[in-house]
Design a protein around this ligand. Structure first.
Ligand SMILES: C[S@@+](CC[C@H](N)C(=O)[O-])C[C@H]1O[C@@H](n2cnc3c(N)ncnc32)[C@H](O)[C@@H]1O
Length: 274
C-alpha cells in the first residue's frame, strides 16, 4: 500500500480536523454566506423557549456557549444572561470571540478547551448550555451530550441547534420540502445570483459539499429521533424540538435546509423533606 493510500484510509479525527480548519478560517468566519440569516433564525428558535429567554426579567442565568465560534450566538443572547463562558476547540475562534466582547463590560469570555479530554477544566456548572451549528462536527454526539449535561445545574437546560435531516418524517411531522432545483440561491463562495438546476433536497443524504467532508461527521443532519435518543441517553428529561418550516427560505452551501433547536432539562433536585 502506498503512503498516500494509507493516509487516505486513516480514520479522521474530527476534533483535530476541526481545530485546524477553524484556526485557518476564524478571521473570515463572520463573512461566510448566510451566517447572519442562520444566526437570526436560530436565535428566534432559541428565544421561543420563553421560560428561559424572557426579556422583561432581570438576567440571572449563567450560560455556556459550547463550540462558541466567534461569539455570534453569545452576542445575540447576552441580554438574557448575567455570565457567559464560551468554549471552543479552536484557539483562533476563541481569540475572535474574546475580541468581540473585550471592553463590553460584560462577564463574557471564551476558553479553548477539548471538553472530552479535559472534563474538569471549567470547574463550573451553568443554568443553560447552548451549542449552535456544531453537533454535525462531533463524531461522538453521545459523548459530547453527556459532557455538556455534566456542566448543567439541577433543573438546567441543554439547547442544541443544528440541521434537520431531510425526509425524516419525524422532524416535526412535517417532512422537508424539496425545492424545485431551479432558482436563485446563495453559494459557498458567496455568489447570490447564480442560477442553475440541481437535484432537489429530498433524497440527499449529504447536506455538505466535498470540500468540508473532512470536518463534518454527520453530513445528513439529525432527526427528532436522533436527538431525543441522544438527549435521553445522557439523562435529560422533557425533550422537545422546534424546527423551521419547510417553506422557510434558508440556504446553506446552495441547498435548502431546515434548522432546529432541541431542548432537554436536567432533573431538579428533590425538594427538601419537611
Ligand atoms: C460552524 S461553527 C459554529 C460557531 C458558533 N456556534 C455559531 O453558531 O456561530 C462550528 C464551531 O465548532 C467548533 N468545534 C468543532 N468541533 C469542536 C469540538 N470537538 N469541541 C469544541 N468545539 C468544536 C469549531 O471550532 C467552530 O468554532
Amino acid at each position: 500500500m502506498t503512503e498516500q493510500n494509507r493516509l487516505s484510509e486513516a480514520p479522521l479525527n474530527f476534533a483535530s480536523t476541526n481545530e485546524a480548519f477553524f484556526n485557518e478560517s476564524a478571521q473570515s468566519y463572520n463573512q461566510r454566506p448566510n451566517v447572519d440569516q442562520h444566526v437570526k433564525v436560530l436565535v428566534s428558535l432559541f428565544t421561543a423557549y420563553a421560560d428561559l429567554f424572557a426579556s422583561d426579567k432581570e438576567p440571572t442565568m449563567t450560560m455556556m456557549d459550547f463550540a462558541c465560534g466567534t461569539g455570534l450566538i453569545s452576542k445575540a443572547l447576552q441580554d438574557y444572561t448575567k455570565r457567559i463562558v464560551g468554549v471552543d476547540i479552536s484557539q483562533a475562534m476563541v481569540d475572535e470571540y474574546n475580541k468581540t466582547f473585550a471592553g463590553s463590560g460584560r462577564d463574557i469570555s471564551a476558553r479553548c478547551v477539548n471538553l472530552l479530554e479535559e472534563p474538569n477544566m471549567l470547574g463550573e456548572k451553568f443554568d443553560i448550555v447552548v451549542c449552535a451549528s456544531a453537533y454535525h462536527h462531533f463524531e461522538d454526539v453521545d459523548a459530547y451530550t453527556r459532557s455538556l449535561v455534566a456542566h448543567l445545574k439541577p433543573g438546567g437546560s441543554l439547547l442544541v441547534a443544528d440541521l434537520v435531516k431531510p425526509e425524516s418524517a419525524s422532524d416535526d411531522g412535517n417532512p422537508s420540502l424539496a425545492h424545485d432545483g431551479d432558482h436563485h440561491h446563495g453559494h459557498h463562495d458567496g455568489s447570490q445570483a447564480h442560477q442553475h438546476a440541481h437535484a432537489p433536497v429530498r433524497g440527499h443524504a449529504d447536506l455538505f459539499p466535498k470540500e468540508v467532508h473532512h470536518i463534518v461527521a454527520h453530513r445528513g443532519g439529525f432527526s427528532k429521533e436522533d436527538m431525543e435518543r441522544t438527549f435521553k441517553a445522557a439523562g435529560l428529561e422533557e425533550f422537545s424540538m422546534k424546527a423551521t418550516s419547510s417553506s422557510a427560505q434558508i440556504t446553506m452551501h446552495g441547498r435548502h435546509v431546515r434548522l432546529f433547536v432541541a431542548r432537554g432539562n436536567v432533573k431538579r433536585d428533590a425538594p427538601p423533606a419537611d
